[in-house]
Design a protein around this ligand. Sequence first.
Ligand SMILES: [Zn+2]
Length: 289
Amino acid sequence: MPELPEVELVRRALAQEVEGVTIEAVAFSDFVVNGHQIGRRTIVKEDLGAFGPRVHGAAIRKIGRRGKYLYFIMEKSGEVFHMISHLGMSGAYFVRDSVESITDANYRKHWQVVFRLADGRALIYCDIRRFGEMATVGRMGDFPPFTRMAVEYTDPDSLPEFLDRAKAPANSNKAIKAVIMDSSVIPGVGNIYASEALFTAGILPTRKAGNVSVARLVDLHRAITDVFNLSIESGGSTISDYRGVSGEKGSMQDRFNIYQKKTCRACGGPIRTKTIATRNTFYCTRCQR
Ligand SMILES: [Zn+2]
């Protein structure tokens, strides 16, 4: 599943390709159409009859990111709205002349939404497992996941907000790993970067948040910030299904200290695994307390 750095890289690549371009037509795959016919709202989380006409003829003014969501600021006949997109487990965008020019056969086969652009190209959303989501809203605040989301890690208020929310009484008995994966504490931390940041900060993922001192939480926020920035510089991590807009692979997976490792790089001891917040967690009991 792409986490914040991978989504940020998608945003940067898409911004270069499609900002300023107008959408001339929208097409949906049979998976999406059939899903909607049986009331499942596959990928597009609003009626196709509303989504299609709204996006049709809209100019993509800017592409932003909130946590693991992309948002496209759209403008049509003087009205501004947002198209919000989550890549789910395996979503990917391609900008190509046509679906046929996507070289990866698995993605090509699983195209889901095609936005035909005025310059002749197409913005193509592919999703093999179809856990991705797309919807339009008038204002960002109209989208429920954004209402409780903490500010971005790059915002100067991120650290004080992180401390306040991680120290909230409701979180004191929860594992610190589960707490940092909550977007109301800090947005965008998924399973991989939670394990990596906790290792860097020397904090055991199972430790109750209430038993982590403020000084150590400051270290943890720093570790999250550093691992996000390092991953973005490294082109993100490519594990399982994730690919960038042009199909390239990142190299962050080569820089992991603990995720999917057997031996600790710092002390040489065995790395342990445990399920926390439904996800497999990697840690070293010698280096993390
Ligand atoms: Zn160790």
